[in-house]
Design a protein around this ligand. Structure first.
Ligand SMILES: Cc1cc2nc3c(=O)[nH]c(=O)nc-3n(C[C@H](O)[C@H](O)[C@H](O)COP(=O)(O)O)c2cc1C
Length: 146
């Protein structure tokens, strides 16, 4: 069964709401196994067909748990080449993290990214959660059609 990993960090719950909506959208495609969690080891990343990362922006950056996960994957040289990748996150004023994640997925890991990343100001509203559901569904459909 095709596998989609959704990995996220959230300190005050805004990105978490987005993550849950992304997972809900992805789960509407029944032939894809969807796992939503904070952390995955490099081997788990390598086993997934698609990985969606969620990080809020703190101090103009991706938060540490997500950054460390990406660095560990780079260090262990897992092959993520050609897998589907996407990114989302909540922000307050500058919102760099989701775009930074996409850059890393593309340039460091050679993943095929779904663009644009979804960035939402503070707490997501209903319509914005719908955008998140759509992202999850799009990525799940993409794996199935591959
Ligand atoms: C200490 C601190 C630093 C922050 N730095 C940034 C920043 O550099 N750029 C930005 O867009 N938002 C910044 N924010 C706002 C958060 O990204 C915003 O509150 C977001 O909704 C948090 O998401 P979360 O609930 O998933 O943790 C900062 C917030 C705090 C408390």
């Amino acid at each position: 069964m095709a596998k989609l990993l959704i990995l996220y960090d959230s300190q005050t719950g805004n990105t978490e709401k987005m993550a849950e909506a992304v997972a809900e959208g992805a789960r509407s495609i029944s032939s894809v196994e969807v796992e939503l969690k904070y952390f995955a080891r490099p081997e788990e990343l390598a086993e997934a067909d698609a990985i969606i990362f969620g990080s809020p922006t703190y101090y103009h950056e991706i938060t540490l748990p997500i950054k460390q996960m990406l660095e560990e994957a780079a260090r262990t040289k897992v092959t993520l080449q050609g897998k589907i990748g996407a990114a989302f996150g909540s922000y307050g004023w500058s919102g760099e993290a989701p775009e930074q994640i996409l850059e890393i997925l593309k340039n460091r890991f050679g993943m095929q990214t779904i663009e644009p990343a979804i960035s939402i100001l503070y707490e997501p509203k209903q319509a914005q959660l719908e955008e998140c559901r759509k992202l999850g569904k799009t990525v799940a459909e993409e794996i199935v059609s591959k």
